[in-house]
Ligand binder design. Structure first.
Ligand SMILES: [Fe+2]
Length: 471
């Protein structure tokens, strides 16, 4: 069934600003409250799950939609909007057929699907590396997409060298230009593989990590010398699949471990640190201090969102909160610390020039027990353990806040924080821009989007310099 032909949907994925859009646009943004900074040059991008065809609207899972990228391109104080599907092989096949081919995550797996068991939907996150802008999905290969026109160039496999799934959250070391990526496998050992792509875009090293079970591993972290892998107790149980039960389970007996592996080393060199049971979807950053490797991330005590849904009586203690682990590479000891007891937050982003180095600031989507979705942005000062909040206001829900550094900027928060907001009161989407160093002064510009931008997953920033460097 074509999504645009669904009548009276009840699945929340098709209601309000979660509802997908089918129209692709390329248009100027003319309504602006405030002023788009003249120096802001490049593209703010946001990707999400935007299905064209579904098997059954009632059982559709919100992770199954085709990847669509929404882009606001900034130049000389002006903004323009482009949105387009990532033109994956799967979407092409479904468009040719005029109907769905894959049933999705909420349905039993289709082992007999002639096109493969799952569609690479390319809908989760994006990265710019070695002259290529990539749309990512953690089950399959990246898709190369050109900017600013958002044309899909090709699915890439690094000249056949990529032999594992590719996380939606690889890490680019701005100092060396290298990209560290990993992939979690469900069916066969090694359940985790780590690869290194050099600054020229050549995949130069892959190694397997020996893990007792296949676990859901969504993010990783890097320091200048190490890669951090998270083995957390949200594991796959293939036997459950045959029984029609959820394949993913909260599995506290598995325990929780952070693995620290020197960059480029083989997997058997990994050093594991046992930590209190928890789940982490997204890391903030990692860095080295003396003998310690330090990880900061948004941590929940239990994996709740995917197993139980969002309960009505959720408290701040159930929510992802900013947290720090310090792992001593000499003694093997690890210490843990909650960094913000008062607020839940997720989708943390930093000035990515500090990836792997001690960063001071993180910009997170703010979570409140009373609101579904992010109701504001928190700017964390992780060195001084303080924070500044911007609340969007009643009926306004935002997406991932992204940091765009000023070209030639010298301090870490010299740049802008950019994010989409949906205003339920006016039924309009906005792109908000904050001066990051003056975050407490509120937005410098609110761009009224010419079209509705549905809620989605991750955001990104690609500078004009990077756009001009595309290969
Ligand atoms: Fe993610």
């Amino acid at each position: 069934m074509r999504v645009s032909e669904i009548e009276n949907p009840t699945n929340p994925s098709f209601l309000g600003n979660a509802a997908p859009v089918e129209k692709e646009n390329n248009t100027a943004c003319t309504e602006v409250i405030g002023k788009v900074p003249e120096e802001l040059a490049g593209s703010f991008v946001r990707i999400g799950s935007n299905p064209v065809f579904v098997d059954n609207p009632e059982t559709y899972h919100p992770f199954d939609g085709d990847g669509m990228i929404h882009e606001v391109h900034f130049q000389n104080g002006t903004a323009s909007y482009v949105n387009a599907f990532v033109n994956t092989k799967g979407l092409q096949l479904e468009r040719e057929k005029g109907d769905y081919i894959w049933t999705g995550l909420a349905s039993p797996p289709d082992f007999n699907n002639e096109h493969g068991m799952m569609k690479n939907v390319a809908n989760t996150a994006m990265v710019f590396h070695a002259g290529k802008f990539l749309a990512l999905w953690e089950g399959g290969n990246p898709h190369h997409v050109s900017l600013p026109n958002l044309e899909t160039v090709a699915e890439i496999d690094y000249d056949g060298k990529l032999n594992h799934p590719f996380t939606a959250h690889p890490k680019v070391d701005a100092q060396t230009g290298e990209m560290v990526t990993f992939g979690a496998s469900i069916m066969a050992s090694p359940f985790c593989s780590v690869s290194l792509v050099d600054k020229n875009g050549d995949l130069v090293h892959t190694t397997g990590i020996d893990m007792p079970k296949a676990a859901m591993m969504h993010d990783c972290a890097i320091t200048s010398n190490y890669t951090l892998i998270l083995d957390l107790p949200f594991t796959y149980n293939i036997e459950n699949m045959a029984k029609g039960e959820p394949i993913l389970q909260w599995d506290p007996d598995n325990g929780s471990r952070i693995g620290v592996l020197a960059r480029g080393a083989d997997g058997d060199q990994i050093k594991w640190f046992t930590i209190e049971n928890c789940y982490v979807f997204h890391t903030v950053n990692a860095f080295e201090e003396g003998d310690e490797v330090v990880l900061e991330a948004c941590r929940t005590p239990k994996m709740q969102a995917l197993t139980d849904g969002r309960p009505d009586d959720v408290t701040v203690e159930d929510m992802p909160r900013m947290y720090q682990w310090r792992m001593n590479m000499k003694t093997g000891e690890v210490t843990e610390k909650l960094l913000d007891a008062d607020w839940g937050s997720e989708f943390p982003r930093i000035n990515e020039n500090y990836m792997g180095l001690r960063n001071q600031y993180s910009y997170n989507g703010r979570m409140s027990p009373d609101v579904a979705g992010f109701d504001g942005i928190i700017k964390y000062d992780l060195v001084n353990e303080t924070s500044q909040h911007h609340a969007y206001g009643p009926g306004r829900i935002g997406g991932e806040p992204m940091f765009a550094p000023r070209a030639g900027g010298t301090s870490e928060d010299d740049g802008w924080v950019i994010g989409f907001v949906w205003d339920e009161n006016t039924q309009r989407s906005e792109c908000m821009i904050f001066d990051a160093a003056k975050f407490d002064e509120g937005p410098v510009a609110r761009i009224m989007m010419p079209e509705r931008v549905p809620f989605g997953f991750h955001a990104g920033w690609v500078s004009q310099e990077q756009i001009d460097s595309q290969v």
